[in-house]
Design a protein. Structure first.
Length: 105
């Protein structure tokens, strides 16, 4: 079977802290070799970290993570992506009501 890893393996703007730019890696040989399928984020102002895979999730909600500056207090936003990794959304920083639309990046 195919293994997929979604992780901040590319350097981010805060070089010595946790996280970085999110990448989708794939292995077809049970993890012996890996190739980069795609960069999920790039040129981000803050590091991304700790992607989680929702269990029994819809293909358009395949991974969920947050960003922030690991070196100091900062704003943090919540992101999610589809299974292919070619669509990423960020949740609103402020919500005026009970519901709000995520922004597609």
């Amino acid at each position: 079977g195919q293994y997929r890893i979604i992780a901040p393996t590319e350097p981010g703007p805060q070089h010595h802290g946790t996280g970085g730019e999110m990448v989708l890696w794939i292995s077809d040989d049970r993890g012996r070799t890996w190739w980069k399928e795609r960069d999920i984020t790039r040129n981000s102002p803050l590091n991304h970290a700790y992607a989680r895979r929702p269990v029994n999730a819809h293909p358009d909600f395949y991974a969920f993570w947050a960003n922030g500056n690991p070196d100091e207090m900062s704003e943090s936003r919540l992101y999610f992506m589809n299974r292919a990794g070619d669509r990423v959304w960020v949740l609103p920083g402020d919500m005026a009501g009970d519901f709000a639309e995520p922004e597609r990046l």
